[in-house]
Design a protein around this ligand. Sequence first.
Ligand code: GCB
Length: 805
Amino acid sequence: MFSISDTTNWRSVQIPHTWNRLDPYDDQEGYYRGLGWYKKTFSTDSLWSEKSITLRFEGVNQVATVYLNNKEIYQHIGGYTSFNVPLEKLRLKEKNELLIKVDNSHDPDIIPLKGDFNFYGGMYRDIWILLNNKIHFTESNLGSTAVKITPEVVNKSGLINLSGQITNQSNEAKNLYLISTLVDRFGKEVINKKQKLSIIVGLNDFSETLKIKSPVLWSPENPYLYQLKTTITDDKGNIFDDFTHPVGFRYFRFDPNSGFYLNGKPAKLIGANRHQDYLDQGNAINNDHHFRDLKLLKEMGANFYRTAHYPQDPAVLEACDKLGLIVTMEIPLDHDITDSKEFYENSEHMLQEMIHQYYNHPSILVWAYMNEMFLGRNLKKDSAKIYQIVDFAKKLDSIARNTDPTRYTMIPNHGDLEIYHSTGLTDIPMIVGWNLYYGWYAEGFEGFTKFLNKAHAKIPDKPMIVTEYGAGADPRIFSNDPIRFDFSVDWESKFHFSHINQIKNIPFLSGAAVWNLFDFGSESRNDAVPGVNNKGLMTFDRKPKDSYFIYQSKLSNQPYLKILGNSRIKYPSNHKIPVSIVTNLSSVTLYANDELISTKNVENGLVTWELDKKPAGRLLLEANSIAGDSNIVDVHQIELITTNFYEGANKIAINAGSTFYFYDDKTGVLWLPDQEYTPDNVFGYVGGEFYRPRDRGIGTDKNIINTRIDPVYQTQNQGLKTYQINCPAGYYKVELLFSRLNSSDIQNLNILVNNTPVLIEKTNKKYYPINAVTNIYTRSDIIIKFPSDTREDSFVNGIKITKLN
Ligand code: GCB
């Protein structure tokens, strides 16, 4: 144990806090998973002697042990649910010392065991000190807030069942009242009911039923909330405790053949998943931030949110209630289980905690409790584990149904119909969820509808939700010829365009959630931004990629028009210019630098142009369309730059071996896609072969250490004979970028620039960036020669030429 007086090495921190804010993103493998200690000393007020004092932790990852004045008083297991710690032995009017030991080490008995996200350690959610009277609503040991609220709609009337317990820590029994009031959105009281309570010393159960005629119903279009206030008073009007919570009346059902219905009307659920982290902050983000995230989802036009892969901050659910987002929430049982008593008990407890703690939120309609449990498993080899999982799913499902008969249960599976169906896992929950990546991990967008049709035919009695679908995109990457795994925003856009159309056209599908609303941290991932899963519709710091606008356009019921190409900040002046516009209007007129281009009719929400090449300089695109009396306008500015030294370029950067543009937002350099040399092309390779990302196991799946511009180093052109760049006579700086992608050393690279050998550092470090710089004078053209006979030793990853003086 630490001694409180030992102040060495203590740092002052702000709650919410995590100690893994930055280390998952450095170039070292792994991030700190272990112990952390928090200490707080405080004095109490003499008035506190009259109070019952409880600490409420909203989330500590993942095991928290609480010590008061050097004595252990509580331990909580699990990083994603709240817990209440009674402070019974506070020293009044003296200093008290609170120590909290937090451990985020891997523990085979605590979920999540695995997962494509970071398990940031620390006290990363709010902590409250609750000062209650000796008579108060009971904070349950499942961490739930005091009063359980069950709204119902029966024959258009609203019913509210209230229940809970009252703790009496005074020494005497009392006759008191429970007063329940319901006020509408405008503060008008619509119910006021008073009940007599005979309170004994200790615990007292209570329940109450409230009725309201024709309540306004809660829905994503009109998230109408009433406020319910429940008060414990005596006959003189002294208030002992009160509890206020929003109430939303809604009824719903999931139909296996015709999808989801809310308040009697069909409503397709369309939305996204989200992790609770943010660039450079880890998971320690505040409530305003949570609210803003959910608002971004709402503004996308969504009505649906999956809190993958764990219960999230109470502020998130408050936001969903207010904004009108329908929620499915789950415990972090991701990919694996441990067959141990402790594991089963911890997971069951977490499920109970989740349901009790979030029960009152009208936005939540579904409880889920597993994710992709059979990924990478084989029915023959892993059957023991598979059936342990099936048995455990039955247990969890029955807990969920018994604890909350008012909602549905669900298990999201990965896209292997056979294994989930034949083992009976799909029979267990009320809804089957599918995580489908057609057009990303699997080829071909159309596989999505085909899979779902097959699944529906096989499991006709189960409602279905696509719980995940998505494609990776780094907003620094764009392409006129996007391909799978190039991480271009254009592939992501194509992917989502196809998927949103398919989703809308599958009648039995209840809904779908994009994976993911935001890029998020996942230490072991080596995508275009290592350590980050890039499947967000927005970046890690919440900047929209084009695909976000596609959803806005498809889902908005207001006139909408947006020029895509957010990432095209710079573009070559000697190329034709593609322009894509998404809109829900019927025709669009395009202007380029005030010159009318044309008016075109919109097909399926999209209209495109290919503009003739334009001179270097600013290109201002302006699109407009008429909607009723309004003119809907959008503008987008691109800087056209020359990439020809004969036309005045002072720099050309080539992303060798790649089909995409890479815009380095820190230096403003636009790396061009590679091309074969022709005299018209101005630059290009002779005798080279490109490695398209991931096609041959080489490409954007490696973290190139010590660089931000991984996508430049993650592709290469191999088997080169020469690389030619046309230029007039003059002095040039030639920078060559290398990184071994398929073996570990750079030893034999012999490269000549205009016949002068280039000095290249020899290294046996894998995925290590090497830059070789040579300044030359040339009478005309730069010719880079690769004299080696082997393909392995004739490669380059990037070429940057700068004209000197
Ligand atoms: C999944 C997982 C999710 C991953 C995602 C991905 O199916 O459920 O946790 O992050 O795929 O991006 O691969």
